[in-house]
Design a protein. Structure first.
Ligand SMILES: [Zn+2]
Length: 58
């Protein structure tokens, strides 16, 4: 399972860092919130490929 940050779109999210608040924290951009994108390995791999494709179009 991968947790994707909705702000910077990386998997820098460090899981639930507080059971009291149920929030997640991104170590990449510092995002803190209860919403993250959850992906299994297969979807994550496709996601990364799509990210690379969109970058190459720039
Ligand atoms: Zn982030």
């Amino acid at each position: 399972m991968h947790l994707i940050c909705p702000e910077c779109r990386t998997d820098g999210v460090t899981g639930s860092w507080s059971f009291l608040t149920g929030q997640y924290r991104c170590s990449n951009c510092g995002y803190v919130g209860s919403f993250v994108i959850e992906m299994d390995d297969e979807n994550y791999q496709k996601y990364r490929e799509e990210q690379q494709d969109s970058k190459s179009e720039d």
